[in-house]
Design a protein around this ligand. Sequence first.
Ligand code: SF4
Length: 463
Amino acid sequence: MNRTVSFPELDYQQSCMDEIRQMAERPSTYHIVTYGCQMNAHDSEKLAGMLQAMGLTEAPVRDDADFVLFNTCCVRDNAERRALGNVTWLKEVRKKHPRLMIGVCGCMVQEPGMAEKIVKQYGFVDLAFGTAVMHRFPELFLRALREDHVVIETGGEDLVVEGMPACRLRREQAYISIMQGCNNFCSFCIVPYVRGRERSRRMDDILQEATALRDAGCQEIMLLGQNVNSYGKGLGEGDFPELLRRLDRVGIPRIRFMTSHPKDLSDELISVMGSAEHVLPQFHLPVQSGDDEILRRMNRHYDVARYLDRVQRLRSSVPGIGLTTDLIVGFPGEREEQFQHTLDLVDQVGYDSAFTFIYSPRTGTAAAAMPDQVPASVSSERIQRLIALQEKRQREEMLRFIGTEEEVLVEGLSRRSSDEVSGRGRHGVSVTFAGSEKDIGKIIPVQIDGVKQNTLSGVRKES
Ligand code: SF4
């Protein structure tokens, strides 16, 4: 059973926030730099909520802030290197701005050995803390203000913390974290080591949050979890399909979720996808490889036949569903014919988009110790072929939208023209059409008449 605590009940954190707010000598502005996934983006919203409760205001530009916090990701080596590079660069900024405070948090800090590395090599950092102690940020921030050495905290129990203040980026779109952690231990992945074991939020807490968002005018919620398909295990309150059914009744126009594990994608979930009014016809289903032997060594617990069966059932239940995936190239020992199986699968499925990655060894994971690491030159050549095929298949798949109507939730002005707006259709694909700032946040029906690379274009339909 998960242990749930409520933020207002964490009296000590509340008193730290009050104390910081009243301090004369404290940073007055903050800037958060976020790396990685939506989970991190949502954590940054909570960190911003706490900073604002402590009286700080956001500085839009990093170099103008009195406190810069890097919310890091360690899923891939390059994300980690980028974060550390930027932290180092701030050391220079501090020469001009001596009162600048620097914080590092998120998955990277939780990595084995990282705390020691920060003390040794990044001693100019004021504060570093892992994901498991994020709810103790006010206390740690107060200590960093008082102490003249780096404050580091990485331990922590796997808790569910309710009621943390959050400063949401948008009114019309909101993240709702439904669970945290992961029990799967895919052999390439560091997440279970840095985010802890799976723990689900209570269903009533999620429904309450969704209801409040609906009442505030939210148009779309994105449910977040490392493996949302296993939501509710050990909770005894219902599973993910049940959660979706109950959220559907709340009446928020659009419900999305990510990420799903193919091994846990049940027939019941597929059936809910076909019947729920507000659950969007889109599914992110990471396959990682199209070769059974590689999938076995990745510890994924499904084979290609099972994966294709899930795809076929999803497409029968939700015709035209938007499918996306994640793919890893150059997993240890991957031979050319095994990579070819991945190409075959990508060709066969026809994804609307795919996140493609070169395998990156993460210390402490099973795959990092496997023999036959694939040379970088081979992986680079393979990923180019994979991207070329995916782009071709994506263009072909996009053609199915021509002549159809997509309801688009407008997210902003298009990057190409200030006379155009862009947003996502119900199937998850970007759509641009003529519009202006006043359309942002609205759901607008658009007749699709063109495909430009990976986006659709169209004209607004008169309502
Ligand atoms: S399911 Fe696998 S890839 Fe996804 S977070 Fe868990 S261990 Fe990582």
